[in-house]
Write a protein that binds this ligand. Structure first.
Ligand SMILES: [Zn+2]
Ligand SMILES: [Zn+2]
Length: 389
């Protein structure tokens, strides 16, 4: 019998506003949007930030039969969580059907999310109004503490601590449990306790990590966000398997997120920084959480052969050193064949012997592991790195 598998994809990971600054490309600049495909085929979309447009452009229409149900959970109505809605092409196709869930805002009253749709597409803010959307849309209000079942899955909502309100969601599937807690400021005892319950024993906790612990304690106190340190504390207390740092600050460069991730990994064993295109598989053999990064963002194409020495850290946290050949190389990165399995999102020191005018010269580069695949040779993995200096 095959094990049930769930697939969690990150389409947008940036907080507050999209970024196109080249210094943020590695983690990505689209605002929050996640997709969880449960083992029974039920599709959940978490938040409708600008990442939703990308999800829509890859929309796979079913070949035959009934389309799988899509359930869209919206945490709250701040721009960065709704901005992708008008640009989500499947909403314009008649045969699609979507179930939307969010809360009744005290500023909007009944049918809050429906009103958000209509208002954000009202003239003159958008070229066409909401009647151009032909897909069937059903709206359901959720309150903190509510839960419902879809197929074999259970969704639970709890209030988080954020200006004008925000819901955190827990989705339990036969392959594992994901808790999504973005836009949350710790420090309210009752809501902290509530999040602890929402995250209890989860395989994945996606937690707001917008600010540094220093910012959170000083000038960003009261802005409704959290830090990697609070995420690590919550993950430990709740007995979570893997923590994913999310909602990166628009002013955080890739280097800054690297440093945040490094610090978080000193506090908690299994941590990733959410990265656009990252896919996490739940329920894989051995009950492992597996993360993969996209190929397209690291397309490196220059056939070459350099002898190299590589130092790094394995998935199990051990230092390693290995001699190998670097095959595909560009100014931005390389594809390296290794017998050791380095940790995804860790640093590798790559010393390459490159032929120069004065003979072979050693070149020291710092690489960052963005992708790991099965290698062409048995016992090897193909490791994609991006050079960071
Ligand atoms: Zn946000
Ligand atoms: Zn917000």
């Amino acid at each position: 019998m095959t094990e049930p598998i769930a697939k969690l994809s990150f389409w947008g990971v940036r907080g507050s506003t999209p970024t196109v600054d080249p210094a943020t490309w590695r983690y990505g600049g689209n605002t929050p949007c996640l997709e969880l495909i449960a083992p029974d085929g039920t599709q959940f979309i978490l938040d409708c930030g600008t990442g939703l447009r990308m999800l829509g452009s890859r929309w796979a229409a079913p070949n035959s039969g009934k389309a799988p149900e899509t359930h869209i959970l919206v945490t709250h109505y701040h721009w960065d969580h709704i901005q992708g809605i008008p640009f989500f092409s499947p909403l314009y196709a008649e045969n699609n059907e979507f179930h939307f869930y969010s809360f009744r805002s005290r500023f909007l009253g009944r049918d809050s999310l429906k009103q958000v749709f209509e208002t954000q597409m009202a003239l003159p803010y958008f070229p066409v109004n909401v009647s151009a959307m032909n897909a069937k849309r059903k709206f359901k209000e959720m309150d903190g503490g509510d839960s419902f079942k879809v197929g074999q899955n259970k969704v639970t909502a709890r209030w988080l601590n954020h200006p004008q309100g925000c819901l955190g969601f827990r989705i339990e599937t036969p392959a594992g449990t994901v808790t999504y807690a973005t836009d949350n400021e710790p420090g309210d005892a009752q809501l902290d306790e509530s999040l602890l319950e929402l995250a209890a024993g989860a395989d994945i906790l996606i937690n707001d990590a917008q600010f540094t612990p220093e910012q959170l304690a000083t000038k960003r106190k009261g802005w409704g966000h959290s830090s990697w340190l609070e995420g690590a504390k919550m993950a430990r207390q709740a007995g979570v398997k893997t923590l994913v740092l999310f909602h990166h600050d628009p002013d955080s460069t890739d280097r800054m997120v690297d440093s945040i991730l490094r610090q978080a990994r000193e506090e908690f064993a299994s941590v990733y920084a959410a990265s656009e295109g990252m896919v996490i598989t739940l329920g894989a053999p051995g009950d492992q959480v597996q993360a993969h990064m996209p190929g397209t963002r690291t397309a490196l194409r220059r056939e070459a052969q350099f002898h190299a020495k590589v130092c790094g850290v394995t998935e199990g946290g051990k230092d390693f050193e290995e001699e190998t050949m670097v095959r595909d190389i560009s100014l931005q990165g390389a594809l390296i064949s290794l017998t050791h399995l380095p940790r995804l999102q860790s640093e590798l020191q790559v010393t390459m012997e490159a032929p120069g005018p004065d003979g072979v010269q050693a070149m020291n580069l710092r690489g960052y592991v963005v992708r790991i695949d099965a290698g062409p040779e048995k016992g090897h993995v193909a490791v994609g790195v991006v050079f960071t200096d």
